[in-house]
Design a protein around this ligand. Structure first.
Ligand SMILES: C[S@@+](CC[C@H](N)C(=O)[O-])C[C@H]1O[C@@H](n2cnc3c(N)ncnc32)[C@H](O)[C@@H]1O
Length: 290
């Protein structure tokens, strides 16, 4: 398949992870290098200390500073699909004509007075949301579980200077998947929902789908009436287990799901990060020239 052509079906390979605990969070430094990002190793070489990483965005140019706290768990580390999504945002900013994200972004573009409104789910360290704010000049809300929010806020604050310089705004909020009250609290006034590496534990499939359903299929009569582009979900995902097909099968009952981009596998892996576009069933993406 050409990397940029939407694809309807997910492949059905065997499990990618012979030893799931090892591949659960593969050495993300390798994927940073693969995507052209620099990685500063921890100063003392242990995982108990904060690990600061600098991610260069050539398109602006700008550098995002991200603090990881590996000893506090998986939510405090950068996962491989995040860097793939950041690379696509950077690609869009550089050469929108060849970027698979660009038709989605341009479907919402209404000029400089109306910045794109983006919600990120399961933001973890916040790299994707911060990159979206910087590359698109967007109004971005990054979210995660309540206990993850302080590190997310730390990273948002660490990049406040770059945001002030290049445009884009960032808001940090707790949002638990599957909780209707959390979606009501955040609201539905978004164009784009982003996420990376959020399909991993099977007990989280249904809560995540519920949140997506509340967001993408929540009544938005105004947009329908005005025939405006409705919310789109873009998800970068690195496949690890065959069981993940259950997530996609359930999601396809509610949404049209297309693959818009596939990364080359990094060394030692059989699969690369895939980027999916989810839209409410039957909803078409407005065609606009980039
Ligand atoms: C595998 S990490 C990916 C983090 C980040 N998106 C990245 O790519 O680096 C999954 C993220 O989803 C968040 N998460 C897990 N369960 C959640 C839930 N029920 N509600 C909201 N966020 C959740 C985790 O805290 C974590 O930050």
């Amino acid at each position: 398949m050409a990397a940029n052509q939407p694809q309807q079906q997910d492949d059905d390979d065997d499990d990618i992870a012979a030893e799931p605990t090892k591949i659960f969070l593969p050495h993300s430094s390798q994927s940073h290098l693969q995507n052209g990002f620099s990685h500063s190793p921890p100063r003392n070489g242990t995982v108990d200390q904060p690990v600061d990483q600098r991610h260069y965005l050539p398109s602006i140019p700008s550098t995002i500073l991200i603090r990881q706290l590996p000893s506090q768990g998986l939510s405090f580390q950068l996962w491989p699909a995040a860097t793939s999504l950041v690379a696509l945002l950077d690609h869009h900013r550089r050469v929108s004509a060849t970027c698979p994200l660009s038709p989605i972004i341009s479907a919402f573009s209404r000029g400089p007075d109306r910045p794109l409104k983006i919600l990120e789910l399961g933001s973890g360290t916040g790299l994707v949301g911060i990159a979206a704010a910087l590359t698109l000049g967007a109004t971005v809300t990054v979210t995660d579980l309540p206990h993850v929010v302080p590190n997310l806020q730390f990273n948002a604050d660490a990049n406040a200077g770059e945001l002030a310089l290049h445009g884009g705004t960032l808001r940090v909020e707790p949002l638990r998947w599957g909780e209707e009250a959390d979606v009501e609290g955040i609201g539905r006034d978004f164009d784009l929902v982003l996420a990376s590496d959020v399909v991993y534990h099977d007990h989280l499939y249904d809560p995540l789908i519920k949140t997506l359903h509340l967001l993408l299929c929540g009544a938005d009569k105004e947009k329908e009436k005005k025939e405006e582009q409705e919310m789109v979900f873009v998800m970068a995902h690195l496949k690890r287990w065959k069981k993940e097909a259950a997530f996609f099968n359930r999601a396809r009952k509610l949404f049209d799901v297309d693959v818009i981009h596939v990364d080359k596998p990094c060394e030692g892996s059989r699969v690369g990060v895939k980027v999916y576009r989810f839209t409410r069933k039957g909803q078409r993406l407005a065609q606009k020239k980039c």
